[in-house]
Design a protein around this ligand. Structure first.
Ligand code: TAP
Length: 478
């Protein structure tokens, strides 16, 4: 078969059973919303309506928080850690059993290539539940004192870029630590969270321990502001994160925020070139660039600039944009028309401000939301495409001469989530890692995740850490 023939994944569309409508998941059962209208979730690759989903209003959020409170006080809080662990292990195994179906559902609702949802997202989701299941009976070693206590009810709001993985990052540590949860998925990607609700039922998780309230921003707002929520965990834009921090100021809610980024991916002249080109491509084109830690600012040492750019463009020419359910697809659909409009607008601003735009020839599908892999050269630090998060497959390239200049440029951003360094020199990696104001620094790799590694930012990228032992601390009272 030639590389360009359509190759649907064996686990394609037919293996998912999408219902025509979904209710909210409250107190262990699916229930209709009392005061919100249903909304539609569409496949961004075809604009086909996948399902109608209930919108939770304040009364529904209240019901969910009360259910979570009851479950916390009567069942989950008092339960021995080793028993909570059994439920988490069961959930992890069910996710593995249903992994093909979940991967297809994620690719349909989000637009990401099946290769990524199948090989990255869903395996990491299961890995998070396995990892935190292992912690549930060892909390005294989690760094929150000898007798750590859960906060109570966690209100969690997540974005659309890694719908089920963000759910796992939020729910697994919260439950392991003994909290109960009300989670709001993003409006454009509710389906895997609703499949997760079914998994909670399959696992016989006590009612009320996990509640899923679907809806838009106002549902999220009602949740984080609800008096019965003890701990708020948010992942999303810096703008909404700021409004949440303001809304809960003065209350005794604990808050963690995982916000935006504008990571520098720094290439030195001694970098292993083939590996580096793959790392740059993965850094910015993985998940269509809808990645908070994407390597969206490429800093290249001047002496190797021509070679790196020539090879990068050649590699970009081989990337396939198209059907997320095709195993050959490298770049899927942009998640929504609103996000596509934002990417187009910032790219136009890049051109207007004088940067040079380049994309390989590639035919984009007629239906759906698409954007070609794009690189901007001749970018200066003042350009908006070098300062603002584009959250799409768009790379801005800058140059530097010395390591000190690379550090200065890399740190010249209001964000501080991640960075990448490409060099053969170990001493330079260590020196750079100390100088860079970024929560995660990758060396000779990029976008690598592990449930045991803490993740989180400095400055406007937010505060608190998720993942690893540090991720538990946020869910435990000292
Ligand atoms: P947001 O617009 O901030 O949305 C995130 C979530 O918050 C969604 O569920 C959203 O609902 C909800 N929301 C909106 N307004 C709210 C309010 N006033 N109160 C409470 N909740 C509210 O971000 P997005 O567009 O979904 O995601 C893109 C952004 O997230 C990017 O900036 C990206 O960098 C950031 N992000 C950061 C990380 C980490 S780990 N730092 C990870 C992923 C994404 P609706 O979806 O219905 O609007």
């Amino acid at each position: 078969m030639s590389r360009f023939e359509y190759a649907p994944a064996p686990e394609s569309r037919a293996i998912v059973d999408i219902k025509s409508s979904y209710g909210l998941f409250i107190n262990g059962a699916f229930t209709d919303a009392t005061d919100g209208k249903p909304f539609k979730t569409v496949s961004p690759a075809s604009e086909e309506v996948l399902a109608e989903v209930s919108e939770a209003g304040p009364a529904d959020v209240d019901k969910a928080v009360r259910a979570a409170r009851r479950a916390f006080e009567r069942v989950w809080g008092p339960m021995a850690g080793r028993d909570r662990a059994k439920y988490l292990f069961r959930i992890a195994r069910l996710i593995q059993e249903r992994s093909r179906e979940l991967a297809v559902l994620e690719s349909l609702d989000n637009g990401k290539p099946i290769r990524e949802s199948r090989d990255v997202d869903i395996p990491l989701v299961a890995a998070h539940f396995f990892y935190y299941a292992g912690w549930a009976d060892k909390l005294e070693y989690a760094g929150a004192g000898e007798h750590p206590q859960p906060w109570g009810v966690a209100g969690q709001v997540i974005p659309w870029n890694f719908p089920m993985l963000m759910l796992a990052w939020k729910i697994a540590p919260a439950l392991a630590a003994g909290n109960t949860v009300v989670l709001k998925p993003a409006e454009t990607t509710p389906l895997t969270a609703l499949a997760f609700a079914e998994i909670c039922q399959q696992a016989d998780l006590p009612p009320g321990v996990v509640n899923i309230v679907t809806g838009a921003g106002r549902t999220g707002q009602a949740l984080v502001e609800h008096w019965g929520v003890d701990k708020v965990a948010f992942t999303g834009s810096t703008e909404v994160g700021r409004s949440i921090a303001k809304a809960v100021a003065g209350s005794d809610k604990k808050v963690t925020l995982e916000l935006g980024g504008k990571a520098a991916n720094i290439v030195f002249e001694d970098a292993p070139i083939d590996q580096t080109i793959e790392g740059i491509v993965n850094g910015i084109f993985f998940n269509q660039g809808h990645v908070c830690c994407a390597g969206s600012r490429l800093l290249v040492q001047e002496s190797v600039y021509d070679e790196v750019l020539a090879r990068l463009k050649r590699r970009m020419g081989t990337l396939r944009v198209g059907d997320p359910l095709d195993k050959n697809t490298d770049i899927g659909a942009i998640n929504s028309s609103a996000q596509l409009a934002k990417i187009r607008e910032l790219s136009q601003i890049g051109e207007d401000e004088g940067a040079e735009r380049w994309s390989p020839d590639c035919e984009l599908p007629a239906e759906g939301f698409w954007f070609p892999p794009t690189v901007f050269t001749g970018v200066s630090q003042a350009h908006r495409i070098a300062r603002e998060e584009i959250f799409g497959p768009v790379l801005s390239v800058l140059t530097f001469r010395t390591p000190a200049e690379a550090v200065e440029k890399a740190n010249n951003t209001p964000f501080g989530l991640s960075a990448g360094i490409w060099t053969e020199k170990g001493s330079r990696i260590l020196w750079m890692a100390n100088q860079l104001r970024a929560g995660v620094v990758w060396a000779n790799t990029f976008n690598r995740f592990d449930p045991a590694s803490p993740f989180g930012g400095y400055k406007e990228s937010g505060y608190g850490r998720e993942g690893g032992r540090h991720g538990l601390e946020a869910y435990l009272a000292h």
